[in-house]
Design a protein around this ligand. Structure first.
Ligand SMILES: [Zn+2]
Ligand SMILES: [Zn+2]
Length: 217
């Protein structure tokens, strides 16, 4: 990343969801991806560098990724974007909270559906939304072509893929999404998954057991 751009990825909440802060330090604009929890910490990160939050983008409506979005939206006024196909998952927030044994978070409003192909991000950090259904119907990945960076949500992990046994999950759709929408991007693209270690598409293409021949849909 050039020096005027900042990326901080840090785990939040009991499921250690990778939340990402991206900022242009010249314009002081920022976006946050997957503010699942620990909003006070996220606000401190923004305030420390005097950043203005322009967008809150959520890769899918599971509680560990979206749980803090309403609070962050309320405090900063930034719009929330996720894919409208996850509205039914958002509607199950009480059940999701019960699975984790945590209080039900404030329900967030959808300001704009992050549909396939729409432009997101800020000047200097332009992103393309790639709809990758499978883990949930509305799961998306955020691709930054200039930075060769992919925020993959729970679609693709280092050495694994997203689970499909929760409501709305679809294994064939997940593998189709990965093969047709992600593995067609440049192989040195850095992948920041929704949980765990960073990787590259080339590394996953070679070593991820779920992506080897015979596992294809
Ligand atoms: Zn998930
Ligand atoms: Zn997750």
């Amino acid at each position: 990343m050039p020096s005027e751009l900042l990326r901080e990825t840090f785990p939040v909440g009991p499921l250690r969801c990778n939340c990402t802060l991206l900022a242009n330090l010249e314009t002081r604009e920022a976006i946050i991806i997957d503010p699942g929890d620990e909003i006070t910490d996220i606000l401190t990160r923004l305030a420390r560098r005097q950043l203005t939050l322009k967008q809150i983008i959520v890769t899918h409506a599971h509680i560990d990724h979206i749980g803090g979005a309403a609070q962050l939206r309320r405090v900063t006024g930034a719009p929330v974007l996720f894919h409208q196909a996850d509205l039914p998952i958002l509607g199950m927030m009480e059940m999701q909270a019960a699975w984790l044994g945590v209080p039900t978070p404030e329900k967030v409003a959808l300001d704009q559906s992050a549909d396939d192909g729409i432009a997101a991000g800020i000047p200097g950090l332009e992103a393309e939304v790639i709809h990758t259904p499978g883990h949930t119907p509305g799961s998306l990945c955020l691709y930054f072509p200039k930075q060769e960076l992919l925020l993959a949500g729970d679609t693709l992990f280092a050495g694994s893929v997203g689970r499909t046994d929760l409501p709305g999950g679809d294994t064939r759709a997940l593998l189709r999404s990965i093969h047709t929408r992600l593995m067609t991007l440049p192989e040195h693209t850095l992948v920041v998954p929704g949980h765990g270690e960073e990787t590259t598409l080339g590394q996953e293409s070679e070593t991820n057991p779920f992506l080897q021949p015979g596992m294809q849909p």
